[in-house]
Design a protein around this ligand. Structure first.
Ligand SMILES: Cc1cc2nc3c(=O)[nH]c(=O)nc-3n(C[C@H](O)[C@H](O)[C@H](O)COP(=O)(O)OP(=O)(O)OC[C@H]3O[C@@H](n4cnc5c(N)ncnc54)[C@H](O)[C@@H]3O)c2cc1C
Length: 535
């Protein structure tokens, strides 16, 4: 491709580019108004974003008798010693203001008879503090309201159907993006000059064979930041949701935790509850403990089921319409039958390391939402803290970028590998996802992780498309950090190191170079830099 940007935003109306059309991306764009911004999103707005699928709601200490301090304390307790406490307190304190922003954008949060925000309870929260919409419709209601607000805001331009496949860099500064029209294998990539790039590309769940995440959540954003040299934090910590509904769908539909909050129980095939023996909070124990309980029942051949017959019965359809539909479409009536469940990759605590303003280690690059790692979740996320983190950091990034004057970016960027845009073949994708689930999943060990590191490193070296390269790189980062952390902590469970090791109570700060070095130490050759100049 030519040296000149083909689609140069630097001289146009927009100089701030936001990648991602979920909650973090859209909220940041709205908060930046009237400053011109361009939002780039792989799927049409409303599709391909985890936000739309959120069922529980947003954690915020807005109810009488609750406090931001108590919310922060719960967040810190669940994070298994790795939560940055200052981050947790600031997150909890800013929750109320961001909920009011969302109300202003038109999100119809449920209210009680006195008109106060209605709040429900979720696992490991010491109070009822989940702000929700019509039972389990929070995500859909939030994204619908924000899309409407974005469409009505003239300063926001939305480019739908473009995949960001690389960042353009000049030293440690990000100066633009390489994009590709989705579904167009043979088109040349487009280069977009930008003075500020905000990554809001969501999580990595689709790197696993069983996941609740949309296909677009396959770690592309994390990989492109890592390839540009960004510091990546805590990548080994992946949260597995204990109750994905196992009806042969990919992604697997979710049975929200709020169901357990309402008294639904977990039983095995013999009809016995198995969580009371594992934790005093039983079904409301932290997610990692419940996920391991479900995993153990399935591994032992007893199966695992969510039983709503007594707690909800005939009220199920009205109170949890999304889950009800998922069950009914698979021939299960949850008012009368237990729902088959299994743990599924659900949320990535790790991500691109950011500071309190959402700045990454690279100049010109910010990150918000699930692709980022703020330190709020530590080794395990407290339920419904992720939507909160997305809005809090999107707002802070907007404030940080706010009135800044940016210098014009250089017009020449460092070379990138020349690769096709073709998606992974079905066989390649299945191999990567199965390796992640089998060797980097709910329970991990040295041999499995070492094999995964070697395999993902080989995939990176052999990649013939950017999609394959990016997925292999994110998988490598997760597996290498998991191999390196020789203890069990939060969501990271190693059968060969079953206990927490107090000397390892530090967050992981790593880079792609570190992950490649780990692979080399395990016997895999490292790539020798970009293959050629820009395609
Ligand atoms: C089923 C489910 C239920 C959940 N329930 C809750 C809940 O109740 N409460 C809670 O707090 N959290 C919940 N979560 C987690 C929460 O929804 C996510 O963490 C949050 O929505 C992430 O928002 P985001 O804006 O970072 O990413 P997303 O909403 O996933 O948006 C990412 C965007 O980036 C785009 N994109 C990705 N890669 C690229 C690329 N390379 N180029 C261009 N565009 C790209 C996608 O198309 C999408 O528009 C749930 C998650 C799931 C999957």
């Amino acid at each position: 491709m030519s040296d000149q940007p083909e689609f140069d935003l630097a001289d146009g109306a927009a100089e701030v580019v936001i990648v991602g059309g979920g909650l973090a991306g859209l909220f940041c764009a709205l908060k930046l108004a009237p400053r011109p911004v361009t939002v780039i999103t792989a799927a049409p707005l409303g599709e391909g974003a985890s936000t739309a699928w959120a069922q529980g709601g947003i954690a915020a200490a807005v109810a009488e008798g609750d406090s931001a301090e108590s919310h922060a304390a719960d967040t810190i307790a669940v994070g298994a010693g790795l939560v940055d406490e200052a981050v947790a307190y600031r997150l909890a304190r800013e929750a109320g203001a961001r909920i009011h922003d969302l109300l202003d954008y038109g999100v119809p949060f449920d209210r009680d008879l006195e008109g106060r925000l209605a709040v429900s309870r979720e696992a490991a929260h010491s109070a009822r503090r989940i702000v929700h919409v019509r039972g389990d419709m929070a995500g859909q209601a939030i994204i619908t309201a924000l899309i409407k607000a974005v469409r009505e805001t003239p300063s926001i331009r939305v480019l739908e159907g473009y995949l960001a496949e690389a960042l353009l860099t000049d030293g440690d500064a990000v100066i633009g993006l390489q994009l590709r029209k989705t579904g167009a294998d043979i088109t040349r990539p487009l280069r977009v000059a930008a003075r500020a790039v905000v990554l809001a590309t969501g999580g990595i769940g689709h790197l696993y064979a069983v996941t609740t995440n949309p296909t677009e959540a396959c770690g592309q954003g994390l990989a492109i930041a890592a390839r540009a040299g960004a510091v990546i934090a805590d990548p080994e910590f992946v949260q597995f949701h204990p109750t994905a509904i196992m009806v042969g769908r990919d992604p697997a539909p979710l049975a929200t935790e709020a169901l357990r909050g309402e008294g639904c129980t977990l039983i095995n095939g013999a009809g016995e509850r198995f969580m009371p023996a594992r934790h005093p909070l039983a079904e409301l124990a932290p997610r990692d403990i419940v996920a391991r309980g479900v995993f153990a029942e399935i591994a032992a051949g007893r199966g695992a089921f969510l039983d709503a017959r007594t707690a909800l019965g005939a009220r199920f359809a009205e109170e949890f319409p999304t889950v009800y539909q998922s069950c009914v479409s698979a021939g299960i009536d949850p008012a009368q039958q237990p729902i088959p469940v299994a743990p599924a990759a659900h949320y990535h605590m790790g991500g691109v390391a950011v500071d309190m303003q959402g700045r990454t280690s690279l100049r010109g690059l910010w990150a918000a939402g699930e692709v980022s790692c703020t330190g709020a979740h530590g080794a395990n996320r407290l339920a419904s803290n992720s939507l909160l983190e997305a809005v809090v950091y999107a707002a802070r990034i907007a404030e940080d970028i706010g009135g800044r004057e940016f210098a014009a970016p250089p017009r020449r960027a460092e070379p990138l590998p020349a690769l096709r845009s073709a998606p992974l073949s079905a066989a390649q994708e299945a191999e990567l996802r199965n390796t992640m689930s089998a060797k980097v999943g709910v329970i991990r060990d040295n041999d499995g992780l070492a094999a995964a590191v070697r395999r993902f490193s080989a995939m990176e070296i052999a990649a013939t498309s950017t999609a394959q390269l990016n997925m292999a790189i994110t998988a490598l980062l997760v597996a290498a950090a998991a191999w390196t952390r020789r203890e069990s902590r939060g969501a990271h469970c190693r059968s060969d190191y079953p206990n927490e090791n107090p000397t390892l109570a530090d967050r992981t700060m790593t880079t792609l170079a570190d992950a490649r070095a780990t692979a080399a130490s395990l016997g895999e050759a490292t790539p020798r830099g970009p293959r050629t100049a820009l395609a």
